[in-house]
Design a protein around this ligand. Structure first.
Ligand SMILES: C[S@@+](CC[C@H](N)C(=O)[O-])C[C@H]1O[C@@H](n2cnc3c(N)ncnc32)[C@H](O)[C@@H]1O
Length: 143
């Protein structure tokens, strides 16, 4: 099933998770195999809210010359939105190899080659301390 990119006025751009993507247990949300399976089939699902709904809250803190790390990007469009606003140094990580592969492919197709996508566990990041100016996440640190 494909999810489109359009925010509708009354739902904050968020759609209910399609039944076929719901895990059998809540602990599955912490299991990379659940995410791999889900991202193999799901094109786009924006957790919580689409960027336009909280842009006014975070954008004042982000200069376009900042380096940004996004934790658990999934198939969100958040990194693209930041890039569209001129934030060029964006790195996304996700624990799901499928999410990473599909995100790289999508960004390549859109010509957004400046966004780095790295397969990594947020609990054991493969970056030096203070590598980024800002860390953003949406729906990931609760897992
Ligand atoms: C609830 S989804 C949120 C996706 C996206 N941030 C959004 O707002 O649509 C959680 C994401 O975190 C990823 N994830 C789960 N555990 C992780 C971990 N330990 N390190 C990095 N990513 C993780 C999952 O693969 C999934 O893409």
């Amino acid at each position: 099933m494909a999810f489109d990119d359009q925010a509708t006025p009354n739902d904050g751009g968020r759609k209910e998770t399609a039944p076929e993507f719901l895990p059998k247990t809540t602990s599955a949300y912490g299991d990379p195999r659940y995410w791999d399976e889900r991202f193999s089939a799901e094109e786009h699902y924006e957790w919580l809210k689409e960027y336009s709904h909280f842009q006014h809250l975070i954008r004042p803190y982000i200069s376009t010359n900042y380096s940004i790390l996004e934790l658990g990007c999934g198939n969100s469009r958040l990194s693209e939105r930041l890039h569209e606003e001129g934030v060029m140094d964006v790195t996304c990580i996700d624990i799901s190899a499928i999410a990473v592969e599909r995100m790289r492919q999508r960004l390549k197709e859109k010509g957004l080659l400046g966004i780095q996508v790295v397969e990594a566990d947020m609990h054991d990041l493969p970056f030096e301390s203070e590598s980024f100016d800002i860390v953003v996440e949406k729906g990931t640190m609760i897992l």
